[in-house]
Design a protein around this ligand. Structure first.
Ligand code: NI
Length: 193
């Protein structure tokens, strides 16, 4: 599926339909954003709206069908202002490997433990094109690594070492996705697209 925000019906408050595991866009390497145009800023707004509507803490553009290197992080429940990163790059991963449970809006209902480095140094641009470069640890570092993975066609279950548990979870997910894809299709048709 060639990703394009305009190809999707828009839901309440500009929220976009989600991509689910099995949709090609989630396995593509996303393209860098060449210029932060008004269209890109609109995409970022829709991504924040989608993240909020779905009660996520982070979202990458491929998850709304757009193979572009954009992520948003919303840890407002952890007292952190929501922010976006355009063309984010991990400049450093360090610290001890930390294991914690992860989930993903594109794999609804799947929660598995993933081990990642605790600390990162990340660089990217905000929605105004300003350079951001900062260190992060723990949950924030985990979120950013998870979202940047999406830009490289990876999902968190790729990192899960317990293959048996993962395969069981993915099988159960496949069954759930039948209904979710049907609901998404119905919503997109109702949106007149
Ligand atoms: Ni995800």
């Amino acid at each position: 599926m060639k990703g394009c925000a305009e190809a999707h019906g828009r839901g309440p408050m500009g929220a976009l339909p989600l991509s689910y595991l099995g949709d090609d866009v989630l396995r593509q390497v996303a393209e860098p954003v060449k210029a932060i145009s008004s269209e890109v800023r609109k995409t970022i707004e829709s991504m924040f709206a989608t993240c909020a509507a779905e009660q996520g803490i982070g979202l990458a553009a491929p998850q709304v069908g757009l193979a572009k290197r954009i992520i948003v992080i919303d840890l407002s429940e952890h007292d952190l202002d929501p922010f976006c990163l355009v063309n984010p790059v991990l400049k450093r991963r360090s610290g001890p490997p930390m294991t914690d449970e992860e989930g993903c809006l594109s794999l609804p209902g799947v929660f598995l433990e993933v081990t990642r480095p605790r600390d990162i140094l990340v660089e990217g641009r905000d929605e105004k094109g300003r350079l951001l470069r900062f260190e992060a640890s723990d949950l924030l570092a985990r979120c950013i690594q998870h979202e940047i993975d999406h830009l490289d066609g990876k999902v968190f279950t790729d990192h899960v070492t317990d293959g048996t548990r993962r395969d069981e979870e993915l099988k159960a997910l496949d069954a759930r996705l039948v209904d979710l894809r049907a609901a998404r299709q119905a919503a997109m048709l109702a949106g007149g697209r």
